[in-house]
Ligand binder design. Structure first.
Ligand code: ATP
Length: 367
């Protein structure tokens, strides 16, 4: 395989996952033509619809194809009306997080020029923080293991381990170091917890500050989850990198998305030591699926995150440049006010948004 050639597992899934994935692969094809990068895309099927038809949401071959790939690009999977007999939804994306140990759920929250912001303060345009959601334990460790006793009491247990807390803390500090280099200022990592009440969080906090001592160039801070909910509305521009438990991260990442235009603008990555999966924060949005009106920006920015991760992991300047180029093209398309998707009151469909972004990729090639 030539240098700068990557195998991608492409998992569109259900609902708008399929539609936004088409937009992302169109961007990747444009990037391929402009940079010295080759993508071998292998489509991997799975999701709620497949579960309904076959009884299996993701086959073992599907998981293995994803594990063989250099990176996984994922649309969305699920459907509220397709459920297991116990009432839960089939969720291969959660299975993959646990199976491939994708402990760092990275959700960058950045104000995109031209996209309406929820907060009236002029400082809202400075919002630029990264939330790291631990994604393999916490309260979600209880998934499938909750107990209901005599139809009277239900219990789910939160699990915090030293090993994963160390890994996700190191990940967060390294991320802050990288962001600090790019932004030319000192980085800060804030642990979000409830350590004044729960032993599990007090344990997490202790380990976080142990790891912090190995990253002296970054400021380490701690903030309670309740105060964070308040401050994400009052002064979200003050945060840099935040790291938190799985369930808290699940909630805060939607709050963050709401600050910067909504789910259609919120990308994410699930990163482990050996694998990484990139997907928009949004789900399958059954209410708008099949109409061609889904906003593909979250998916396209997730694709840029994938290129950034591949670039850093494989020392590929071409991938790093391509990642920056996509982000800049998104900013240019929205900054110019030339496109407006339906979710922010416009009338540009998925294809029109993708085309506007592709047209604004920098007019030069590296080949
Ligand atoms: P999940 O439980 O998988 O997160 P959900 O149904 O709770 O899924 P979403 O599928 O993310 O949540 O949808 C939440 C709302 O946001 C819906 O009204 C949906 O139409 C809207 N939405 C989500 N993603 C997009 C998008 N890319 N473009 C436009 N609207 C979107």
């Amino acid at each position: 395989m030539r240098e700068n050639s990557f195998r991608l597992a492409i998992m569109p899934g259900d609902g708008i996952g399929v539609e936004v994935m088409e937009a992302a692969t169109a961007v990747l094809e444009a990037i391929e033509k402009r940079h010295d990068i080759g993508f071998k895309m292998e489509r991997v099927n799975g999701g709620a619809r497949q579960y309904q038809e076959t009884g299996v949401a993701m086959t073992e071959e599907g998981f293995e194809a994803a594990e063989r790939a250099d990176a996984i690009l994922f649309g969305a999977m699920g459907s509220p009306d397709i459920r297991h007999p116990d009432g839960t939804e089939p969720a291969p994306q959660l299975d993959m997080r646990f199976r491939m140990k994708l402990y760092a759920g990275l959700r960058p929250i950045r104000a995109i020029p031209g996209v309406p912001l929820a907060l009236a303060s002029p400082r809202a345009s400075e919002i630029d923080f990264a939330l790291v959601r631990e994604s393999t334990e916490g309260l979600f460790a209880s998934r499938g293991k909750g107990i209901v006793t005599d139809d009277k009491v239900a219990t789910d247990t939160m699990r915090i381990t030293r090993d994963v807390t160390e890994r996700v803390s190191h990940f967060s500090f390294k991320l802050a170091e990288r962001r600090a280099r790019r932004r030319k200022r000192k980085g800060t990592v804030t642990l979000i917890d409830k350590s004044n009440v729960f032993r599990s969080f007090a344990f997490m906090r202790k380990i976080f500050f142990e790891v912090a001592s190995q990253h002296p160039d970054v400021t380490a801070a701690q903030h309670s989850i309740d105060a964070t909910a308040l401050d994400l509305i009052r002064r979200p521009w003050d945060f840099d990198v935040m790291v938190t438990e799985n369930m808290f991260g699940d909630i805060l990442s939607d709050l963050g998305a709401g600050l910067v235009g909504g789910m259609g603008f919120a990308p994410s990555a699930d990163i482990g030591d050996d694998h990484a999966l990139f997907q928009p924060c949004h789900g399958t949005a059954p209410d708008i699926a099949g109409q061609g009106i889904a906003n593909p920006v979250a998916m396209i920015l997730s694709t840029a995150m994938m290129l950034d991760w591949l670039g850093a992991r494989h020392s590929s300047e071409a991938c790093l440049e391509a990642a920056d180029e996509i982000e800049t093209a998104v900013d240019a398309a929205f900054g110019a006010g030339s496109v407006r998707p339906y979710d922010i009151g416009g009338s540009d469909g998925t294809g029109a948004i993708a085309r506007a972004i592709i047209e604004r990729l920098a007019p030069r090639a590296r080949v």
